[in-house]
Design a protein around this ligand. Sequence first.
Ligand SMILES: CC(C)(COP(=O)(O)OP(=O)(O)OC[C@H]1O[C@@H](n2cnc3c(N)ncnc32)[C@H](O)[C@@H]1OP(=O)(O)O)[C@@H](O)C(=O)NCCC(=O)NCCS
Length: 175
Amino acid sequence: MIFRTPLKTSRLILQPESISDFSRFYSMTIDPEVMKYIGDGSVFHWTESVAREKYQARIAGLHEQETGNLAVYRRDNNQYIGWCGIDESRFLRKIELSYRFCRDSWSCGYATEAARAMLAECFCITDIREIYACTHPENAASMAVLKKLGFVFSDPVFSKAINREMPVFVLHKDI
Ligand SMILES: CC(C)(COP(=O)(O)OP(=O)(O)OC[C@H]1O[C@@H](n2cnc3c(N)ncnc32)[C@H](O)[C@@H]1OP(=O)(O)O)[C@@H](O)C(=O)NCCC(=O)NCCS
């Protein structure tokens, strides 16, 4: 992982994902409310044991120079609350910010706080000058996060998964 972890904010710690996060990670990804606006809206279809193996393999396969997802923990109780990532998107074919948080931690400002720290780190240590994000057109919470972070509209993309255009947003590095 290229990011200089742990990244710390006033309330959060961001660090590489660990297998000890798996149980909260898995609960998050089988929660229909969490997955409502991801892809075609279906929840994780893997059994817990298959999902655990895939999670472990993903963690083990991460190379030092790669961007990717960081697990997000609350500093006050060390609880895993979700992940935030910056990575090359196969769908957008651009560098993309994404995030997913457990429902019990929504609307506390955590996604915005975590993403802000990751964006700052990414702009600081890489040559990346613009980062994109894309949401389901009805995902008001995600669009609110992007607005708070300073993202602006870019060209929309068509999603076969939902058979609709999805809004795309971009954040340019301040010179
Ligand atoms: C999107 C998500 C990451 C936001 O996380 P979060 O920690 O709740 O985000 P924040 O608290 O930083 O900000 C959320 C903002 O959305 C607003 N919001 C929440 N639900 C909303 C809704 N239904 N309509 C409008 N605004 C809404 C909140 O009020 C808050 O804005 P405010 O600070 O101006 O009041 C979280 O809801 C999530 O994980 N959703 C499921 C996965 C997902 O959709 N990921 C994004 C894919 S593009």
